[in-house]
Design a binder for this molecule. Structure first.
Ligand code: TXA
Ligand code: MG
Length: 319
């Protein structure tokens, strides 16, 4: 059965089979995950990887995350270590990505990992993508399903708005619950957080029983996706704003301005996990309404607020 857009499909036995056949033929599908929607393709296939980079207009120097059903599948491609095992046991499947050394005989196509000696791997939780991963004989290279630099999609329609008919198959898995990209942790040496997410530093430290140094200087080669200008809604974003200028869209926490038409709350009761899950939804809504600028009030830099601040800071670099 189809949705209102002819390339968005509801999930059922038939569309599962269709998606698997489609991926087996080196095609790219828009797939739901609990964080954001992804553009999935066979990570072992040069043809599929090239299609992903072309669709996203992504620089070939920016590697993709490879998604597996479970650790048993990933062992073929990466060198595992004790940190990985602890984090995997406690947090997976879930919204966390691990950077690990690539095995010499790994079949991951070198273009997927931008010819690096490391690979980013993730075990997504969404039942639809897990059902697919369980049935295919390869892992899925899957970046967020947006054009390079812009905001990640959090539902099937968002993916359609990014690519329209350029993607022939998008599976509708509802709204992504987390709504913001996975935490990226480098486990190739002393654990480091390369991209903050809703799984925070404190929890990772607790599980590993060690302290993680604060990343003051991000190594851009180490994680090219951490480029400063990123996650942009395509209009100027001003952060730490105290006062609404009267014409921009104003994003804030709480319900103080709930009757004001240009004001958008990320969460009425200041829950930062909920606020993170609404961030991209609100960015897209504001863009659709035709606003020319976004102002965002100060967001507390704790818990998921750290990930929100990371993304809005990068979004604010767009001029
Ligand atoms: O939540 C997510 O992680 C989503 C869903 C679809 O799984 N995916 C996602 O992928 O956000 P992408 O490609 O938009 O972001 C991947 C990030 C980028 O910052 C990239 O530079 C980094 O992971 N990355 C990938 N491979 C890496 C590697 N070998 N070393 C360091 N960073 C890497
Ligand atoms: Mg992305």
């Amino acid at each position: 059965m189809k949705n209102s857009y002819s390339n968005i499909f509801l999930f059922n036995k038939k569309t599962l089979e269709k998606t698997i056949n489609y991926l087996n033929r080196n095609n790219i599908a828009g797939l739901p995950t609990e964080t954001v929607y992804g553009l999935g393709g066979n990570a072992y296939s040069k043809i599929a990887i090239k299609k992903i980079f072309d669709l996203k207009e992504r620089p070939s120097s920016n590697p993709l995350i490879v998604h597996y059903y479970d650790l048993n599948d990933a062992i073929k491609d990466v060198v595992i270590n004790k940190h990985l095992i602890k984090l995997y046991q406690n947090l997976c499947p879930g919204p966390i990505t691990f950077i690990l050394k690539k095995k010499i005989n790994s079949q991951i196509h070198p273009l997927a990992s931008a010819k690096l000696k490391t690979i980013a791997i993730r075990f997504p939780k969404h039942r639809i993508t897990r059902a697919i991963l369980q049935k295919i004989n390869f892992p899925l290279a899957m970046p967020s399903a947006n054009k390079s630099m812009s905001v990640s999609p959090v539902n099937a329609q968002d993916v359609f708005y990014e690519f329209e008919k350029k993607i022939k198959l998008i599976l509708n898995g509802g709204n992504s619950k987390i709504g913001i990209e996975s935490t990226v942790v480098d486990l190739t040496s002393k654990p480091k957080i390369l991209r903050p997410g809703v799984i925070g530093k404190n929890l990772i430290e607790k599980i590993l029983g060690l302290k993680i140094k604060k990343n003051t200087k991000i190594n851009f080669i180490k994680s090219p996706g951490m480029m400063k200008k990123h996650y942009s809604p395509g209009i100027p974003v001003l952060i730490n704003q105290k006062k609404h200028d009267g014409e921009s869209a104003f994003i804030y926490l709480g319900k103080k301005f709930k009757t004001k038409k240009d004001c958008f709350s990320l969460c009425k009761n200041f829950n930062l996990d909920i606020a993170a899950s609404n961030l991209y939804k609100v960015f897209r809504l504001i863009k659709r309404k035709g606003y020319k600028k976004i102002q965002i009030s100060k967001i507390p830099n704790t818990g998921s607020g750290i990930a929100i601040n990371d993304r809005i800071k990068r979004a604010s670099k767009f001029k």
